[in-house]
Design a protein around this ligand. Structure first.
Ligand code: ATP
Ligand code: MG
Ligand code: FE
Length: 332
């Protein structure tokens, strides 16, 4: 079974080929046009997808050593995401499936982030808990099988990735600031500045209070010393990152205790964060979990995660009708 998968939900155009569950290629074209605007501009994203999609698919097939005629199905990200961006990927996938007379497989982007943990060995056993932390979502997902997932906790306001990006913006760092906070935090003292931990009941999260706390903290200190941020950048970044990580990990510990699940993973763009990766390993050691983290290229948006999801859907015979429409928002 050879499947071509396309991801175009936000600002990465990506294509991947998977053969019998083994990823043979994963081509990702990042869009740099958004940097100057400090965030993703939806209309520019759609146009860049249109420009990128043919060469990206072409390269993914070439790298896998395949011709279009070798494909058994074509998969695409159906939801959630930017509607214009999703339309480019879905129209392309439909056209290709129609031309090749093979089935179409629509994939849920957030479920695919979770299944990035199943691309390489060792794969998690079920039940499996995944903390998905990305630019738009923060979820704790309970999985009983690759196609059997439910959300048991999520953010009530900002996502973890937004907390990173908005903090970075307050520090005057360019978009997306998450990876930069990670970089500066490496040499900083995480205990130097204390930011509040929100008291949210159950397994849900909140990050908007942290953003406000950081805003006031910076205003106050800059009033006393205009060079405060420049002089203390590493310690500020380390302290912010430390707080975001402890908010995430405390809820994950709670979720593991409540469900009794010991197979635990992370996924999504923020799972590329070196502090979070280290924290998961340390907490796993302490609590007796078996832990999983996708390879870097499978953390942020990529088509390999869409491909592995499509692989499981193909095996289960779960195909998507040609008249299916993408949607900006969608439940699991
Ligand atoms: P969603 O999947 O919710 O639709 P998205 O696809 O835009 O959102 P991803 O591509 O999964 O999100 O992740 C992007 C986010 O990950 C950004 O907020 C970015 O700052 C963050 N991120 C990436 N690398 C790091 C890192 N090393 N440290 C912290 N955050 C990071
Ligand atoms: Mg992106
Ligand atoms: Fe994503």
């Amino acid at each position: 079974v050879n499947i071509l998968a396309i991801e175009s939900s936000c600002d990465e155009t990506s294509a991947s080929v998977i053969a019998d569950g083994k990823v043979l290629s994963n081509i990702i074209a990042n869009q740099t046009v958004h940097e100057q605007y400090g965030g993703v501009v939806p209309e520019l994203a759609s146009r860049a997808h249109q420009e990128n999609i043919v060469p990206v698919v072409d390269l993914a097939l070439k790298k896998a050593g395949m011709q279009p005629a070798d494909l058994s199905a074509v998969a695409f990200t159906q939801s959630p995401g930017l509607i214009g961006s999703l339309l480019v990927g879905s129209c392309f996938a439909k056209s290709m499936a129609l031309a090749l007379d093979v089935p179409l497989i629509g994939v849920h982007h957030m479920q695919a982030h979770v299944l990035a943990n199943f691309i390489e060995e060792p794969k998690p056993a079920f039940p499996f808990l995944c903390l998905t932390v990305s630019g738009g979502h923060t979820q704790i997902v309970h999985c009983d099988g690759p196609l059997d997932m439910r959300i048991i906790g999520e953010t009530l306001d900002d996502a973890a990735g937004e907390a990173f990006d908005k903090s970075a913006k307050l520090l005057g760092l360019p978009y997306p600031g998450g990876p930069l906070i990670d970089k500066y935090a490496q040499t900083g003292n995480p205990a130097r500045f204390k930011f509040p931990e929100p008291q949210i009941p159950g397994l849900n999260f909140s990050f908007s209070g942290l953003k406000t706390a950081i805003l006031y903290f910076l205003q106050e200190n800059k009033a006393k010393n205009p060079g405060f941020v420049e002089e203390n950048l590493a310690d500020i970044c380390a302290s912010i990152q430390h707080r975001i990580i402890t908010i995430l990990m405390n809820k994950l510990v709670k979720a593991a205790a409540e469900t009794g699940v010991t197979e635990i993973g992370i996924a999504g763009g923020v799972s590329a964060n070196s502090g979070l990766r280290k924290a998961l390993a340390e907490y796993g050691e302490k609590h007796g979990w078996k832990t999983y983290i996708p390879k870097f290229e499978y953390c942020t948006d990529n088509a390999a995660m869409i491909a592995i999801s499509a692989h499981y859907k193909y095996l289960a015979g779960r195909f998507t009708p040609m008249d299916a429409v993408p949607s900006a928002r969608a439940v699991f």
